[in-house]
Design a protein around this ligand. Structure first.
Ligand SMILES: N[C@@H](CCC[C@H](N)C(=O)O)C(=O)O
Length: 293
């Protein structure tokens, strides 16, 4: 048993996030603790966002992003908004620079409650995504996947700090059984680091609807980096404009692919309850006072 840390259960459009405050400590959330938390109905999560002391001058924190299966990601848009919401509530700070294992993320709490995150620049070259082999056209990559429905034969692919494959469809995204194909596509040999798998329908030049099977997680109600990936790929292939409303099962995000090549994601973050947890075992307690507030 180690000293307990404060944590908050939060969500970004239904993407289930545990924000764990590890600042001032040298230890980390252990894999067995993540498994315990993932399997408890109160703390089940899509990602843990573990806030650590900064490793680089000028940054506010190093953020470790842990998926349900214990794997680590380089980017998490919805989780980053939750981290901003958590830290701003603590100390009133409104602008942040976070480091993750994939690079830097700049984020800002906007007047009115929404939070925007600069998700950085998309990368289209096959080594950066990464893909297992050279692919000349990352806008229409053929997925050799005989079991899949025709909807899953060609993907557009991009790295947003994590790997994404987006299948553009003409049908309502709710009519396509992503749950039947997500795991096999996530583990397709084309993706040596696996991939987040999304289906997206562009409904207007300024709007798309999508669902995502997250790498290391499964079906989620929202995935911020996937929303950025789908928006960028929709614009790049002439399907949509560079500023777009993305509707996911949990609600709406605004995504803008700016002329300086940075992708800005804007949306809400919601606090649910707080408590303390043991990062070694995953044992936790809810804070009674705040839980009943
Ligand atoms: N929920 C996230 C994405 C989290 C990481 C992803 N599962 C991966 O492993 O790449 C988001 O909001 O971006």
């Amino acid at each position: 048993m180690s000293a307990r840390i404060p944590f908050s259960r939060m969500n970004g459009l239904g993407n289930e996030i545990l924000v764990a405050d590890m600042r001032g400590r040298a230890d980390t959330i252990e894999p067995q603790a993540a498994i315990v938390l993932a399997n408890d109905t109160q703390t089940r999560f899509d990602q843990i966002m573990a806030i650590h002391d900064p490793q680089t001058a000028g940054t506010d924190a190093f953020v470790r992003i842990i998926n349900t299966d214990g794997s680590e990601a380089g980017a998490c848009g919805n989780g980053t908004r939750c981290v901003v919401h958590y830290l701003s509530a603590l100390n009133g700070q409104r602008e942040f620079l976070f480091q993750t294992k994939a690079g830097l993320l700049e984020a800002r709490a906007l007047p009115g409650g929404l939070i925007s995150v600069d998700m950085g620049q998309p990368r289209f070259d096959w080594q950066s995504i990464p893909l297992a082999q050279k692919v000349d056209d990352t806008n229409a990559t053929l997925i050799e996947f005989p079991l899949a429905s025709p909807a899953f034969s060609r993907a557009a692919v991009v790295s947003m700090g994590n790997p994404h494959a987006v299948f553009f469809v003409d049908a309502d995204v709710n009519s396509i059984a992503l749950e039947n194909y997500g795991s096999q596509l996530e583990h397709h040999p084309l993706f040596p680091d696996r991939a987040n798998i999304s289906i997206a329908q562009v409904t207007r030049p300024t709007a798309l609807t999508m669902r995502t099977w997250e790498r290391g997680v499964g079906l989620t109600r929202a995935c911020g980096s996937a929303a950025c990936a789908a928006s960028v790929l929709a614009a790049r292939t002439g399907r949509a404009e560079r500023r777009i409303v993305v509707t996911v099962p949990g609600g709406d995000l605004i995504i803008e692919w700016r002329d300086d090549d940075h992708v800005i994601m804007t949306g809400p973050a919601e606090w649910e309850w707080s408590g303390t947890l043991d990062p070694l075992s995953g044992a936790f307690d809810r804070d009674a006072e705040r839980a009943s507030a």
